[in-house]
Design a protein around this ligand. Structure first.
Ligand code: F6P
Length: 364
C-alpha cells in the first residue's frame, strides 16, 4: 500500500475540508493508495507520539460543507523553525526538517500534499529541495498567491465582507454616518476591492494604492453637501496613508513570525476627524468572521477541483509543483512560481478601473 500524507497549514479558510474530501475520494479510486492526515500541519509528524489519522471515505463523509479543518492547522513554527524553550525561559527556533523527512520515510509516506498559503508553500518548496515528494494546494482568503487566478476561500471571504457592507448601509443611512469596514487581506487589497464593488461602497482603501486623507474628506463632504449624508468606506487591514506605516503589532505568541495586522479603521477615523470631517464615524473590524463558517458553492467547487487534481499530480509524480486555477483549466505550476512574490492588486487592472468607473474613490 502506498501512502499520501495530507496537511493543512497557516490560517484556516473555508474549503479546507472540501479539498481533503476530494483528495480522499479520488484516492479511493486507486486500489493501492491510502490517505493519512497530519494533525496541526507538520506538527503531527514532529510530535512524540506522532499525531496522524487515517482519512478514509467514512472519515470525510459530508465534510465539504464544514468550515475549518478536521486535521487542524497552525500558523506558528514549522519544521524549519520549531520553537524550543531554553533553560532561561526564552525560545529559540530549531531546524528539524531533516529529522522530519526521515520520520516521514519511517512512516512509509510516499508523497505529501500541503494545503496552505504563501508561508506553507515556501516550506513545501524548501522541503522539495531537500528531496521530499511534495505537492502544494493554494489556500487563503487573502488571494495573495501568484500563479493561480484564485485561491480557495477567497470568494467566501468576499461574500462575508459584502454581506457586512449590505448591513452597514442600512444603519449608515439611518444615522447619516460614515461607517468604516476593515477587512482582512494582509498586504493585498483583493477582499476590500471585491467587497467594495459588490456592496457599492463610496471609498475603498487598499495597500497597493496609498491614500491621501484629504482626498477622502473631500469625497465625504460632497456626500454631505446638503447637510446630511452617509458613506461606506471599505479599508483593507494593510492599507496605509501616503508615506505612512501599516497598522500592526508584533505578536508575542511563541513561533508566530508574521506581523499581526489590524486597527487601520480606528487610525483612519482619527485621521478623518483631524482633517476636518465633522460627521459621525463608526468602525467595524470584520476579523475572523471572514475565515469561519461554511464555504460558498464557488469555493466548494474550486476546492473539489484542487483536491482531485492534487491527487492526480501525486500519481503523475509532479512533485515540487502546485495545483493552480487558470480559467477555465486546473493546471500544475512549479512551486517557485507561486512563492516568488505576492499577488498584489495591479493599480491599473480592470477591477480597479471598474471601481473607479462606478465612482468609488481610492483616496488617491
Ligand atoms: O492570511 C489569512 C489571514 O486571515 C490574514 O488576512 C490575517 O492578517 C491573518 O491571517 C490573521 O492571522 P491570525 O490567524 O494570526 O489571526
Amino acid at each position: 500500500m502506498k501512502r499520501v500524507l495530507v496537511l493543512t497549514g497557516g490560517g484556516d479558510c473555508p474549503g479546507l475540508n472540501a479539498v481533503i474530501r476530494a483528495i480522499v475520494k479520488r484516492a479511493s479510486k486507486e486500489r493501492d493508495w491510502e490517505v493519512v492526515g497530519s494533525i496541526e500541519s507538520f506538527n503531527g509528524i514532529l510530535r512524540e507520539p506522532t499525531e496522524i489519522r487515517i482519512l478514509d471515505e467514512k472519515a470525510v463523509a459530508g465534510i465539504h460543507i464544514q468550515g475549518g479543518t478536521i486535521i487542524e492547522t497552525t500558523n506558528k513554527g514549522g519544521p524549519f523553525a520549531w520553537p524550543v524553550k531554553n533553560t532561561d525561559g526564552t525560545w529559540s527556533a530549531v531546524d528539524r526538517s531533516d529529522e522530519m523527512i526521515r520520520k516521514l520515510q519511517y512512516l512509509g509516506i510516499d508523497a505529501v500534499i500541503s494545503i496552505g498559503g504563501d508561508g506553507s508553500q515556501h516550506i513545501a518548496h524548501k522541503l522539495f529541495e531537500k528531496g521530499l515528494n511534495i505537492i502544494g494546494v493554494p489556500k487563503t482568503i487573502d488571494n495573495d498567491l501568484m500563479a493561480t487566478d484564485f485561491t480557495f476561500g477567497f470568494q467566501t471571504a468576499v461574500q462575508v465582507a459584502t454581506e457586512a457592507v449590505d448591513k452597514l448601509v442600512t444603519t449608515a443611512t439611518s444615522h447619516n454616518r460614515v461607517l468604516i469596514l476593515e477587512v482582512m487581506g494582509r498586504f493585498t487589497g483583493w477582499i476590500a476591492l471585491h467587497a467594495a464593488i459588490a456592496g457599492g461602497a463610496e471609498v475603498c482603501l487598499i495597500p497597493e494604492i496609498p491614500y491621501d486623507v484629504n482626498k477622502i474628506v473631500e469625497r465625504l463632504q460632497k456626500r454631505y453637501s446638503r447637510g446630511k449624508g452617509h458613506a461606506i468606506i471599505v479599508v483593507a487591514e494593510g492599507a496605509t496613508p501616503i508615506n505612512g506605516t501599516v497598522s500592526a503589532k508584533k505578536n508575542e505568541e511563541v513561533g508566530y513570525a508574521n506581523l499581526q495586522l489590524g486597527g487601520v479603521s480606528s487610525t483612519l477615523a482619527l485621521q478623518l476627524k483631524e482633517a476636518g470631517f465633522e460627521g459621525d464615524i463608526r468602525q467595524t473590524i470584520l476579523g475572523h468572521l471572514q475565515r469561519g463558517g461554511i464555504p460558498i458553492a464557488y469555493d466548494r467547487i474550486l476546492a473539489a477541483q484542487y483536491g482531485v487534481k492534487a491527487f492526480e499530480m501525486v500519481l503523475a509524480k509532479r512533485f515540487g509543483e502546485m495545483v493552480a486555477y487558470r480559467h477555465p483549466d486546473i493546471i500544475s505550476v512549479p512551486l517557485t512560481e507561486a512563492v516568488n512574490r505576492p499577488n498584489l492588486v495591479d493599480a491599473t487592472c480592470n477591477m480597479v478601473q471598474t471601481a473607479r468607473g462606478l465612482g468609488i474613490s481610492f483616496g488617491d
